[in-house]
Design a protein around this ligand. Structure first.
Ligand code: ADP
Length: 623
């Protein structure tokens, strides 16, 4: 029989697969099993109206170490000679090839695509030198054999087969320094691959296994051969929620996602809409060790009718929900690579949108149903949610703002809504202070002054907080105001009047202080909000002190600084000292200005550039 050539495109795909350094060879088994399952699906369908077609449907794996062959057979619909020819001899206009043609992407990307959308039958050539397919179509009496050594072409000849179905025989490549192909003949490997990729195939995947069974004492053991089903067949996410115990979900999560802790939250859903899908999602109780690094791979496992298509499909989750683990199964997605990639993109996009909504609504429910658990969650992943608000340039703030909880000077975590509800009569704004830690914030002069008037202040300690606040601007019409803002509006009329008078009379002094500090400060002003402190620091303009700190910590940004405003407390004895030195000793006056400025910097957690100089100054003035 003459050797037939593959169609040009098939040849290119084969080349691409075999010759690219494609690392994920093991997926060939998933491909073969999923074809077998599809073929059984087809006969299963026929059997609904034709009882002759009905049988005990199964997929069988057989490893022959002597012959070095791995065989996968099914009792499905089978293929006629013509179908062998057209299905295995060509791949009509495959999406992957189109992609390769149109995009000059590096090889890596192409590999990614192959892995994502299934390479089909041809992936067998990644592990086998020769592939033989014996198939008998349901309703026909003859069987045929298709055999190929890869790119060189294929042959079709007559064959025998007892019933309808297909047998795929892989003659494995010889082991080399890089790959031990014979691993695919090991029971352990096959079990692992089936569990990993095909656990939820609806038909039993059986394998003969040998077990040694001990005879009576002292009489050695017998080898017993039994059929074992390697897959569990019913996906846990397809079972009704009430039928599955939390322990089962926990075990599934721990097993699948390699976390020794139980998840903090389990979310199940079956969605019918633009795209239908079921999902089983988990929120880990702790971030994975590499969560905040580049090496963390976010994404959900994507199944199509029980067949694993992708291990972590990034597209299903926005970056800010990257901590969510789980499984999505949609019958609307196809493994077929001949489908347009774009269509996949659109379907995935629809699922992603719906998932995001679902997750956010679950978080919101969690916040009310189990506040303690939610706060614990928020302490681990809240920052990530805030990044979602920031990264979207505020676009996601409407969905996210009610999920945020902040520690308040009232001694507990509150949502913005709760803060607003608890506002004092006549309070118009939401007060907050941003800094690196609670202790620093709690003793911040401005915070002390505001709380002294029995207002509560939200203490924000995540680096992204103030950026989000700036994007949010207000909540429910109430402005978010930093306690170091110039006009907090909490002074009484008398206080306002007094401070105006004091400012007028201190005009010259303030100018001299500014002169003494030069470009270090953009402004010097009086403040009645400094409590026991002689000085405090705030910022002018859009860039707050905390924001500048965050930005300047990034490479290339070292020079970024906020425009400092030095605030002086006119009721503090140090202020009188300044006044007297201005007339008696101008040089010492200058040094006191530097001291007060450095102290103010320290209160907001900025270290002096020259600490010993600062120590000298302190000693000069306490002496
Ligand atoms: P895909 O499964 O994505 O269509 P494949 O390259 O894996 O692409 O398979 C090509 C075609 O060969 C399948 O669509 C199917 O018609 C046929 N086929 C493959 N394996 C089997 C099988 N075990 N039984 C029946 N038909 C099969």
């Amino acid at each position: 029989m003459a050797l037939k050539q593959f169609k040009a495109e098939s040849k290119r795909l084969l080349d691409l697969m075999i010759n690219s350094i494609y690392t994920n060879r093991e997926i060939f088994l998933r491909e073969v099993i999923s074809n077998a399952s599809d073929a059984i699906d087809k006969l299963h369908f026929v059997s609904l109206t034709d009882s002759a077609a009905s049988r005990d449907f199964e997929i069988r794996i057989e490893a022959d170490k002597t012959a070095r062959t791995l065989t996968v057979s099914d009792n499905g619909i089978g293929m006629s000679a013509a179908e062998l020819e057209s299905n295995l001899g060509t791949i009509a206009k495959s999406g992957t090839l189109e992609f390769k043609k149109n995009n000059d992407k590096p090889a890596d990307d192409t590999e990614g695509l192959i892995g994502q959308f299934g390479v089909g039958f041809y992936s067998c050539f990644m592990v086998a030198d020769r592939v033989t397919v014996v198939s008998r179509k349901y309703g026909e009496t003859e069987a045929h054999k298709w055999t190929s050594k890869g790119v060189s072409g294929y042959e079709i000849s007559d064959a025998e087969r007892a019933e309808s179905g297909t047998t795929v025989i892989l003659e494995l490549k010889a082991d080399d320094d890089d790959v031990k192909y014979s691993d695919y003949l090991e029971e352990y490997t096959l079990r692992r691959l089936v569990k990993h990729y095909s656990d939820y195939i609806r038909y039993p995947i059986k394998m003969r296994v040998e077990r040694s069974v001990p005879k009576k004492e002292g009489e050695g053991s017998d080898i017993e051969v039994t059929d074992e089903t390697l897959n569990s067949m019913v996906p846990i996410w397809k079972r009704r929620k009430g039928e599955v115990k939390q322990e089962e979900y926990d075990a599934f999560y721990q097993d699948k996602f390699g976390d020794y802790r139980a998840p903090a939250k389990t979310i199940t859903a079956s969605i019918e809409g633009a795209v239908n899908y079921s999902c089983l999602l988990f929120i880990p109780s702790e971030p994975p060790f590499d969560y905040f690094t580049k090496s963390y791979r976010r994404g959900l496992q994507l199944y199509s009718s029980g067949v694993l298509i992708m291990d972590s499909c990034e597209k299903l989750l926005p970056e800010y929900l990257g901590f969510v683990r789980g499984v999505v199964d949609s019958a609307d997605l196809s493994l077929n690579i001949s489908r347009e990639m774009l269509q996949h993109d659109r379907q995935l996009g629809e699922i992603a949108k719906s998932l995001e909504k679902k997750i956010l609504s679950e978080l919101s429910k969690w916040q009310t149903s189990d506040r303690e658990g939610y706060e614990k969650f928020f302490s681990k992943f809240g920052m990530t949610l805030k990044f979602g608000a920031y990264e979207s340039f505020g676009a996601k703030i409407p969905q996210l703002k009610d999920l945020f909880v902040y520690y308040s000077t009232s001694g507990r975590f509150v949502t913005l809504k709760e803060y607003v509800t608890g506002m004092k009569e006549g309070q118009n704004d939401i007060y907050y202070a941003a800094g690196s830690d609670l202790a620093t914030l709690q003793s911040l002069p401005q915070v002390t002054a505001v709380t002294a008037k029995s207002y509560s202040v939200l203490l924000m300690t995540d680096s992204v907080d103030e950026f989000v606040v700036k994007l949010m601007n207000d909540y429910d019409g109430k402005k978010l105001k930093s306690v170091s803002s110039e006009d907090l509006g909490i002074e009484t009329e008398e206080e306002k009047q007094a401070s105006k008078e004091k400012t007028d009379s201190s005009k010259d002094l303030l100018e001299e202080v500014k002169k003494a500090l030069g470009t270090n400060v953009a402004e010097v002003r009086l403040s009645g909000m400094l409590g026991d402190y002689p000085s405090g620091l705030s910022a002018k303009g859009e860039l707050s002190i905390e924001m500048a700190k965050v930005l300047s910590a990034m490479p290339g940004n070292e020079k970024i600084r906020a425009q400092y405003v030095l605030e002086l407390n006119p009721s503090h004895p140090m202020f009188a000292r300044l006044e007297s030195l201005l007339t008696s000793d101008k040089e010492k006056f200058g040094r006191l200005c530097v001291l007060l400025f450095t102290e103010a910097m320290l209160t907001v957690g900025i270290h002096p550039e020259n600490p010993s100089e600062f120590v000298k100054l302190v000693n000069e003035f306490i002496a």
